[in-house]
Structures are given as C-alpha cells and as structure tokens.
Design a binder for this molecule. Sequence first.
Ligand code: NAP
Length: 526
Amino acid sequence: MVRGLITYSLVDGVPDVKDTGPSHRPEHLETSMATTSFVRGPWTPLELTAPLDGLLHGSAGTLTSLDPATGEVVATVSEASTADADAAVAAARHAFETSRWRNDGALRARVLHRWTESMRAASGRLAELLTREQGKTLGQAHGEVAGAINMIDYNAGQARALYGRSLALSPTAHGVVLREPVGVVAAITPWNYPLNLTIRAVAPALAAGNAVVVKPASLTPAIVVAALHLLAADPELPEGILTAVAGPGSSVGDRLVTHPDVDMIAFTGDSVTGIRIMKRAADDLKKVSLELGGKSPNVVFADAPWDKALAGAANAVFSAAGQICTAGSRLLVAESIAERFVAELAERTTAMRVGDGLDPSVAMGPLVSAGQLRTVLEYVDIAKADGTVLVGGERLTSDGLADGNFVAPTIVTDLDPSSRLLSEEVFGPVLAVQTFADEDEAIALANSTSFGLAAGLWTADVDRAWRVGRAIRSGTIWINTYHHFYAEMEVGGFGQSGLGRQQGVEGLLEFTETKHLNFDHAPTLF
Ligand code: NAP
C-alpha cells in the first residue's frame, strides 16, 4: 500500500488526465484568437516543510515560488544550507551501504511501479501546480506530468532487467561482467521542465540501485518536491535512498558537486554551469553526466510537407515560450520557398494567444521569471540591432498581463551572420531565420554553432533525410516532426550540449559501473 500520496491540498476543479502515451511531447500550439470567459481560480500557497517523510533536508529558512503569470505566491519550500546538504548525503550514503536497495531489483521495481500509480492519481493537481509555478500552459503541464509517469514506468521495468554478461575465457577461466550502481548520485535539475528533467535522472538512478539526492532549481522547487514526496511516502523505500535539498546552486549545489561522499553528478542545465560543475567535480574524479543547452536548427527543404512543417516550425520554438533546451530556435529554410513560408509562419505567430497558462485558450504562457524576461528582452534588442524583427519583439503588458513575464513570440530575419542571435541560446520565444541555396549550405549552417543537441528536417525525400540526418552533428534528429521524446529513446548532446546520454537503455546504464568478476579453476596458476 502506498500511504501519504499528496498530503497538502490543491485547488479542485482541474480534471485528472490519463497518461497520454509514450511520449512527453509538448502540446502542439494552437493558433486561436478565441476569447473566453476564463476566470482564474483561487489558490492557497503550498507549504512544503522538511522533513516530509524524510525526503527534505532544510533548516535555512524558506524558498518562495512566484507565479510567473501574476506574481502571486504559489508555494514555500524549506530551504537547505550546506550543512543540510551534508546531512542529505550522509543519509543517502548510509542507506546505500546498509539497505537491500542496491541488491534487490524486484523491490525497486515494486516501489517505482507504485510511484507511477500515486503520480497518476495526483496528475491533475500536479499539472495545475506545474502551470502555476513554471508558467507553461495547462495542456503542456499535463503532457509533462504524463511524460514523467511514463519515464518512471519504463525504468520500473528496467529495474528487473539489469543484466550483465558472461564469457568462457579459456577451458578453466570464466568472466562475469556485472552492472552495479554507482553509489550516491546528486541530481541537479533546471526549471524549464522541472518535473520531467528531475524524474528523467531520478527514475533510472533509482532503478539501477543508487541512492539519490535531488537539488531542484530554486525557481521551481515545489513541483519537484511534491512529486518526490509521493515516492518518499512509500513504506518499502528505505529511508535515505531518496533525499532532496532546495537551495542556491552556487552554495548547496556546489556542496553536492564537491562532496567526497557523492559518487556521481547528473546535471541538466546551462552549458556554462555544466562546464563549471565538470571542473569542480574533477578534483575527486566524480562521474558526471551533463545535459546542457542548444541552438537547434530546424531545416525546411522546398519539398517539405507544407502545413506540417509550418505547424512544426512554430511548435519547435514557441512551445513552453521557447524555454526548451531542444527549441528549434534557428529556422533554416530553402531560398525558393522562404518568402512564402516565412510570411505564413508570421501570420500564424501573430495569431497566437499569449497569456495565463491556466486559460485553456492560451497557446503560450509567460517566461519563468522577471530575470528570464530581462535576458530575453536583451536578445530582442540584439535582434533589432542585427536584423529585422518581422513579428513580436516586445514585452506584453496589456489585457491583464502587466504583472507577469510575458513576451510576444518573435521572428527575426536578415540577421548579420556574426549576430549573437545565431549562436547563443536565448531560452525564450525568439526565432532566427536564415535561408540556404542547397543541401550543402543547409548542413553547413546547421553545424555552425558549438552546440549539438537536436535538429529538425522537413522533406519528402527519404534519401535526403538520411543524408542530411547523418551529416548534422547532434544527439537527436527529428524528421518531419519535432519535440517528440520517448522514455525508450536516448537523448543527449554533441559538443557544448553535453556529455553522456539520458533516457533509454544508455540513460539507465549511465547510472551503473561495470565490474568484471574473474574465475579460474585451474589447479595451478603460475
Ligand atoms: P542553470 O542555471 O544551469 O541551473 C540548473 C541547476 O543547476 C539549478 O538547480 C541551479 O540551481 C543549479 N546550479 C547553478 N549553479 C550551480 C553551481 N555552481 N553548482 C551546482 N549547481 C548549480 O540552468 P537553468 O537556467 O535552470 O536551466 C536552463 C538551461 O538548462 C538552458 O541552458 C537549457 O538549455 C538547459 N537545459 C538542458 C536540457 C538538456 O536535456 N540538454 C534540458 C533542459 C534545460 P539554482 O536554481 O539555485 O540556480
């Protein structure tokens, strides 16, 4: 029996949705101008206070999450000090060394399967909390929750299938290669897909038998803590196997990165932070997995399926207000169709409804914070200086948006090739358009940044899809689609987009070490 579930109350009225399938695809953007009689429901701020079934270590005050659409308080979460981080690591180390968790795949599978059930039961409330804390539309939030559940479900199955290998090495010698957990894993995660990207690390790390300490982003700790609490309340989860500390990355996060009892850092976030973490973790040669930023090209050839490519280009960059690491923020379009394609894309973009993510008619919500709004507006200024802003290019404050961090979806053309807008990650709804004359130029432009996280290709020619897909250096290539993720399929980056892979079998194996047990039954050896 799972006890506890969510022990705080969320406002009723949001229907629970079923898991919508294997992908955690962001909802395709609607381009509706429809007005509604939407009224925002009341909200009582959540108080997530340590210890929450032994999950949370936090004695340094509270972190407050603000709703990016209104500025209202959404939740408070106990804030950790570096001493709390030490205590969380000590609990994790003790649990890893003394409990049966690392040697009992069936136990891990049972516990993780029950987590999917408790997440499903709470999915409507989790989605509302996610929208209120992070800002994305409720449809996208439901998609993120469903994707997280699917990720746990996949890894729960894998917990019972972590096979090694064996080989007869000679008539008397035999080798057995085992997969063992790494030990104590610190999962440090970002705010843009806070639930998915935390669970994407936590679920395989636990399935592989590790103990995990989670450090969520300071802007979105409540959704992470709420979801983890559903697992922490499971009576069969050994105390200490899952702990969490919410607090500043520069102190609490850094403490985890440098702690001698942490064996591995699973980090998702900015490339600059990732590089710093790798340097800091090098002092005691910690294992690191880094899922970092991107500047992904979305390449539209002249024979692209027109309507699908148009919808895909908008979805690629404006979904979740562009705050996706894989955002298709560079549209590369064949010269012969560029004028018409970009004009139709501009028309769609202008028609997009921007507003409160809880409003069902809204296609794009706010940016996560006032700081992120400032950053994106700085890039808009660069766009104005270096190119032509075709649509958008401004903060939105009318029609009840003044208290939120809203920016208009923006398309920029005619950019100077040296513009920072073509090489730096904006992490906002800003699309840079470039054109190409032929396939070679398309590939050269696609590969022209230091990133290599994802790319999209739109063409009816399967031979071209194969050629170009092979030539672009990036961890994921979507062909005639975009932003589809599957628990079964690996993701990760080339170049400055990261190290290692998450999801799928390789994502699970990241959280293991191999050990060779060698037997020789010859009567004498030497
Ligand atoms: P971020 O600033 O790098 O923060 C990510 C996490 O690291 C947060 O929990 C943060 O804590 C913590 N942190 C910050 N400085 C740290 C330090 N010195 N030591 C240890 N931890 C530290 O990234 P973000 O702004 O949250 O997320 C946006 C970035 O993530 C974008 O660049 C995006 O492309 C990338 N991203 C990549 C993927 C992928 O799969 N490749 C997925 C999603 C996002 P605080 O919140 O307290 O600062």
